[in-house]
Design a protein around this ligand. Structure first.
Ligand SMILES: Cc1cc2nc3c(=O)[nH]c(=O)nc-3n(C[C@H](O)[C@H](O)[C@H](O)COP(=O)(O)OP(=O)(O)OC[C@H]3O[C@@H](n4cnc5c(N)ncnc54)[C@H](O)[C@@H]3O)c2cc1C
Ligand code: FES
Length: 280
């Protein structure tokens, strides 16, 4: 195992959390909803310290014609004290197809935890998680942390249809009030989501909103946040190479303090950013 920063109890440079590049063993890798899989690996001590919103760079061992060169970034879905880490992922291309072929006992290198995760402001009493598709994977551990801190948690989660809905049981088990929204019956239409959020705000159930990188959800949350006066954070997805802040493959524009634009690295400065700084 290669330690990238400090001793086991240390933070790395700039207060960064220690990350390990560990040889991890697959414990389980089974289908979740349609097109998605849930993989559990045993990844070592640093992995167990991962916080909601952080991610890992997963080696995707060559399988058949799929020979992915770069590691693929995956959000923490769940971590336990024994170094067990879960990832909920969508099979999209060569990297995730290779991951999908791994079975119990197989090994892969897992680098992390990486990046800056979500923050729960001390004054918050009620939070809303607004997620869609696999972005919900990033929000699920935040439900655990918020509930453990005594906050009321509402999760508005949307999907194409009930067969594509992810993590509803996981969020409910964490103590969240889960509101599923489907494209198939028009329930996830922006106007409806906006109404639901405004109702939650009026009922005192929305102090801070957390969402994932869907441009449509970010724009909607920004618009409503400005109108009603709530803050929020966004977990972004961006194609990455190193995941460590060194290659600048993941740079994108953000809103600067003076209203102009500033370039930031999603892997190093994020992947979680303040809602009002994200350019949808
Ligand atoms: C911080 C972070 C956390 C993530 N967490 C998860 C997660 O928990 N579960 C999950 O399923 N996915 C997650 N992703 C996205 C995941 O990394 C990509 O889906 C994966 O790299 C695709 O690899 P592939 O080789 O299977 O597909 P590729 O063949 O590389 O790509 C398939 C399609 O996905 C697009 N794509 C590839 N990489 C990304 C990316 N990083 N962001 C957006 N689009 C991409 C490509 O343009 C292409 O259209 C995360 C991404 C980031 C940056
Ligand atoms: S992926 Fe290399 S700097 Fe972000």
């Amino acid at each position: 195992m290669n330690a990238l920063a400090g001793s086991p109890d240390d933070c790395g440079p700039g207060g960064r959390q220690r990350a390990d590049d560990a040889e991890a063993m697959v414990l389980a890798n089974r289908p979740a909803a349609d097109g998605y899989r849930l993989m559990t690996v045993r990844a070592g001590a640093a992995a167990a310290t991962a916080r909601p919103g952080q991610f890992f760079q997963l080696e995707c061992p060559p399988a058949g014609d799929d020979r992915p060169y770069f590691r693929r970034p995956m959000s923490l879905y769940r971590a336990d004290a024994d170094g067990g880490v879960e990832f909920l992922y969508k099979v999209t291309g060569s990297g995730t197809r290779a991951l999908a072929r791994l079975g119990p006992g197989d090994q892969l290198r897992v680098l992390g935890p990486l990046g800056r995760g979500f923050a729960l402001p001390p004054a918050a009493r009620a939070v809303v998680l607004l997620g869609r598709g696999v972005g919900i994977a990033t929000l699920a551990p935040l439900a655990d942390a918020a509930a453990a801190a005594g906050l009321a948690v509402t999760a508005l989660i949307s999907a194409r249809s009930p067969a594509h809905l992810l993590a509803a049981d996981r969020l409910a088990a964490a103590g969240a009030a889960v509101v599923p929204l489907f494209d198939s019956d028009g329930g996830s239409a922006p106007a409806r989501v906006e109404r639901l959020l405004a109702d939650l705000f009026a009922a005192g159930r929305l102090d801070v909103l957390y969402t994932c990188g869907s441009a449509r959800l970010v724009a909607l949350a920004q618009h409503l946040g400005r109108r009603l006066g709530f803050a929020g954070e966004v977990a972004l997805e961006q194609q990455m190479a190193c995941g460590l802040g060194m290659c600048f493959a993941c740079v994108r524009d953000f809103v600067a303090a003076d209203g102009g634009r500033v370039s930031r690295r999603v892997c190093w400065d994020g992947p979680v950013f303040p809602l009002d700084e994200v350019v949808p």
